[in-house]
Design a protein around this ligand. Structure first.
Ligand code: ADP
Ligand code: MG
Length: 697
């Protein structure tokens, strides 16, 4: 059945569209396109125009290139590993290049000689230059792809339905659909964000007359997404604050003032600011839910102690949870030292404490006396019950599963819910954190305490291996200690272990002969790991050869060398975390050496790490390169996903959206005014969470 042109509405199922049969409908469904509206809102994820296309002759290995060329030959090559590779040679006015699609022999059927292809992807070296397309478009036979000014919309597609077919489909229905689109954002918002109206925007993204107009249209759609997410965050926060279901702490300045006076150093401005924000949040009647983020060594622990003492002077208990035993013990030691002047001894709760110790701790927790308990997830294990938990501090929060955090946060059986302070050493830009977490308060330590030494960072090729180890030996002779780190290969601790083990054997027999060297890896038992770390900390080892288990937290001021093998296999933020392990002893010069021959592509990436010691800058670059998956992976459920917006690239737009969201909700918290009614409807339809946050009426 086909619908007559007059009856086509935004709600028409795609099956009824001209040019869509059952097979195609199925493919469209796979792209989440079920109605004409969905098709209209299927937005190009990229544009190509003559200005982005490069000349083939000028491509260099390592480039990420976009070219347009004509297929002059093609074929399928079998490889020794049994993989079949489709290859084509394409040519433009300046030259030719080989293009290779490993494992995609079926392309031989759709790509023909004389077809014009638009290709983009990295240029590699493989018997000469070779392009490895991430994406490509077949513009068809003898297409004039290079004609100036033409902007090409590239749509998300699926196997069996090319983006060209999608573009044809959209183009065929656009004129009928566009007039039915109504704007639902009030004009002042569009002005604030400097974006066109919805109808104009959709016209511009689907039929761009220039790249600039296409991007302006895209900005309208991205703005809407960001706005809605900020509205949801903001509204959730409003409701939480109205609920007043948290503890209202009183700033008695009893323990906290004593602590400040006893501190052997001055707080940094950032620490003072963060403490102030946390105290204000805890003293408000709502439940605190705050993220404290700061680079390694920025001094988060001290800030957390202020929060803990505020809870304790109000008669509450504090849980301080760390992801590993080692870290928990280190925190316990740090707290022990920091709190000694106040006569407070933290309670340590980990899986490896003796039954007797745990029993003793359990009794204290159940008594309800004010205390601070430091531990691993053993803190949330059955049998651990806080009678009066007032504050939960979670270090390296992203290392915990959502469930583990929830157990602590919801404080089984407790009458009141504790305030929550999350800490993270993987700093993400503040505006990004606000976009992603929104209803969290965010405090940022963006200042380094004095006494942290800059770390000299260098990349050395394989050929300098001997020299590098000679240097390590000189440091050991001078009484210092060193880390040598191997990456996890293919996420397999087993393979990494093999690499680290054989390297360990090689090193002890060769470059580090006669030195006290130990191996540390994730497969070791907690006791064993602990013994090794302790030995290293106490100076009875010179070198620690490790897989990435030392990435977080451990503090050995006498260690001055961080030697990292296969640096290209680490993310930039990971490298930065590891570098943070050295430079912790005042007055000692420290070094981070990346050792290995890395490719050009990796080189470009590592440069940022080599040039900067600013964790925020590095995290930003890491995010840009690797996307947000690593930081906001599956474990971080509850974090919004975006179709059009990119919270990192659209940072400025997100800021505008946040301001607008704030303004709207102050004016009309339930979005009931006529001006916001339509917007509320769209919000409720598109975002499940909106249903509980905004009632109809
Ligand atoms: P983070 O947890 O953010 O990595 P820590 O809280 O472990 O950092 O602090 C790192 C080191 O810096 C600790 O030894 C701590 O005592 C010290 N420190 C913290 N704040 C200051 C400060 N304001 N001035 C000097 N040293 C500080
Ligand atoms: Mg820390």
């Amino acid at each position: 059945m086909t619908a007559t042109a007059g009856r086509l509405t935004l709600e028409t199922p795609v099956t009824y569209l001209k040019g869509v049969g059952p097979r195609r409908a199925e493919l469209l469904n796979r792209l989440n396109i079920f109605t004409a509206r969905d098709l209209l809102f299927h937005i190009p994820h990229r544009y190509e125009d003559a200005s982005t296309v490069q000349q083939i002759a000028r491509l260099r290995v390592g480039d990420d290139a976009t070219v347009i060329g004509t297929v002059i030959s093609k074929g399928i090559l079998p490889t020794r590993k049994g993989l079949r590779v489709f290859q084509a040679v394409v040519q433009d006015a300046t030259g030719l290049i080989e293009v290779s699609w490993p494992g995609q022999p079926w392309l031989d059927r759709s790509i023909n000689k004389d077809d014009v292809l638009l290709l983009s992807g990295p240029v590699r070296f493989f018997h000469g230059r070779q392009l490895a397309p991430r994406e490509f478009v077949n513009l068809g036979k003898d297409a004039d792809g290079t004609s100036g000014g033409r902007v090409l919309a590239v749509y998300p597609a699926t196997e069996g339905l090319s983006f060209k077919q999608i573009r044809g489909l959209i183009d065929a229905h656009l004129d009928q659909l566009l007039p039915q689109v109504e704007e639902y954002l009030p004009p002042w918002m569009l002005q604030e964000a400097k974006v066109p109206s919805l109808r104009e925007a959709l016209a511009a993204v689907h039929r761009p007359t220039s790249l600039a107009s296409a991007l302006a249209g895209r900005a309208r759609l991205a703005f809407e997404e960001l706005l809605f997410v900020h509205i949801l965050h903001r509204r959730a926060r409003q409701i939480a604050q109205q609920a007043r279901d948290g503890i209202t702490f009183v700033n008695k300045k009893d323990l906290t003032s004593k602590f400040r006076e006893a501190l052997p150093f001055q707080l940094t401005k950032a620490q003072v600011r963060s403490v102030r924000e946390i105290v204000a949040d805890m003293c408000a009647p709502h439940k605190m839910h705050r993220l404290l983020q700061g680079d390694v060594g920025a001094g988060k622990t001290v800030v957390a102690v202020f929060a803990a003492l505020l809870a304790m002077e109000n008669g509450y208990q504090v849980a301080f949870m760390a992801p590993t035993e080692l870290l928990a013990e280190q925190h316990a030691r740090t707290l022990d030292r920091l709190l000694a002047p106040l006569g407070i001894v933290p309670v340590l709760i980990t899986g490896s404490r003796s039954a007797k110790e745990r029993k003793l701790a359990a009794t204290r927790l159940e008594s309800g006396e004010p205390l601070i308990a430091v531990g691993t997830h053993a803190l949330v294990a059955d049998g651990t019950t806080f009678a009066k938990l007032g504050l939960a501090i979670i270090d390296e929060q992203h290392r915990f599963g959502v469930d583990q955090r929830r157990v602590l946060i919801e404080a089984r059986g407790a009458k009141v819910k504790p305030d929550v302070l999350l800490m993270s050493a993987t700093p993400i830009p503040r505006s990004l954190a606000l976009t992603m977490y929104g209803d969290l308060g965010v405090s940022v330590l963006d200042e380094r305490p004095p006494g942290r030494e800059p770390v000299t960072t260098a990349l050395r090729p394989e050929s300098a291996r001997e020299k590098v180890f000679a240097f390590v030996n000189r440091q050991i002779d001078a009484g210092r200690q060193a880390y040598v780190v191997y990456p996890l290969v293919e996420d397999s601790e087993k393979v990494a272990l093999k690499a680290a083990t054989s390297a360990f054997e090689e090193l002890t027999a060769g470059a580090l002969h006669g030195r006290r060297v130990a191996l540390l890896h994730g497969k070791m038992g907690a006791d064993e790991k602990d013994a090794v770390m302790r030995a290293f900390r106490d100076g009875s080892l010179d070198v620690l050869v490790a897989t990435t288990v030392i990435e977080v937290g451990i503090d050995v001021p006498n260690a001055t060398v961080m030697l990292i093998e296969h640096p290209e296999r680490f993310g930039l933020s990971q490298l930065h975390q590891m570098r943070g392990r050295v430079g912790r002893g005042a007055g000692l010069e420290s070094f981070c050496v990346l050792l290995g021959d890395v490719g050009e592509e990796a080189m470009g990436r590592l440069q940022v790490f080599l040039d900067s010691e600013d964790g925020f800058e590095i995290a930003r670059e890491d995010l840009r390169l690797r996307g947000m998956g690593d930081l906001f992976g599956e474990r971080q459920s509850g974090v919004p996903t975006f179709r059009v917006a990119d919270p990192l690239k659209d940072e400025a737009l997100s800021e505008v959206a946040r301001g607008v969201a704030e303004r709207v909700l102050v004016e009309d918290p339930e979005l009931k005014k006529p001006a916001y009614k339509a917007m509320q409807g769209i919000l409720r339809r598109g975002y499940g969470r909106a249903l509980e946050l905004f009632r109809v009426g």
